[in-house]
Design a protein. Sequence first.
Length: 403
Amino acid sequence: MKLWAKIAIGLVAGTSTGLILGENVSFLKPVGDVFLNAIKMLIVPLVFSSLVVGVTSLKDPRKLGRVGFKAFVAYLFTTVFAISIGLAFGHVLKPGAGMHLSPSETLAAPTQQSVVDTFVNIIPSNPLQALASGQILQIIMFALLFGISLVLIGEKAKPVSDFFEAIAEAMYKLTDMVMSLAPYGVFALMAWVGGSYGLAILLPLGKVIISVYLACVLHILVVYSLMLFVGGRLNPVRFFYGIKEALALSFSTSSSAATLPVSIREVQENLGVSKGVASFVLPLGATINMDGTAIYQGVTALFVAQAFGVDLSFAQMVTIVLTATLASIGTAGIPGAGLIMLSLILSSVGLPMEGLALVAGIDRILDMVRTSVNVTGDCMVATLVAKSEGELDLDVYATKSVS
Ligand code: ASP
């Protein structure tokens, strides 16, 4: 049986068990806590290694410099848009309003920082301390600078790049292992949620799903279409038609990485993107560009804040935008990676980790749509960059994609 099917069963069975047994299910809480701890265990090494690998995959700085820069800027730009759309939908649709949950653990409330402080503190004065204490923005910044330095020193960096590549691989494997516990973790977490809160709490999860799907559809239809049309004078309908297989695959696998072979083929065959641009910009995007994930994080962070009655300040919103944008660079293109990153967004503004338990149960449903957005964003940027570099075959774009 597929993992997502098991998780879905865990979700339904856990919720029903919780609703039937009520408070008595508290004995299952430790099982859920083991799962949450296992997820948290992944964050620091996973973020650091996959980010370094993302940057070093730029390789030859001269050849790739310009294309890489354009793609990178476009990726960051669309992600900032995406997280803002997510926050806006979370704010307007208020999926967590009226839930009145109270966190069982008291998190150290982050000291209120001004926007200026938030920026200043991104530079870690001691990177090892940042790693040890899980200061994720600082870790991301250091990984980015470290990766760039590796690229700049060229051949000499090889042992270190290989080392981090192996670590990243191992962390992906470990993520798989942790995710294989997800059905049981989700069962326990949902039983606990169902038992302690009852149906009144579970219904709003439907609102989260609707909010995330609406925000994703809007982002694809409006932001991507406009960028293609205004930025590249390209017909968006042909674009979407050209990547239809990649869309279907990303939706069913929930993995940008698994979709990569198909998206690389489709943008070349159906849209006329050159091989060079496709095979460089798409893998980069699958590693660092996660617009759908950013939308999901915006909506769910606000959902958790509303559910636990936390008012987020403007500076905290800015922290969410910054963390989600930078975190999307370090999110692996594998199923469930966004959920792990959500724990990081929540902790960056001191929101209770139990929020994860609420979202974990419906994560696969949200993962499908956010991965489709991630992949569409990668293909859109590859097409635009190709157009601007004269690497797009307009005849193919105009004809092939509608055939
Ligand atoms: N599954 C997503 C992807 O592969 C990442 C995520 O979990 O948000 O793009």
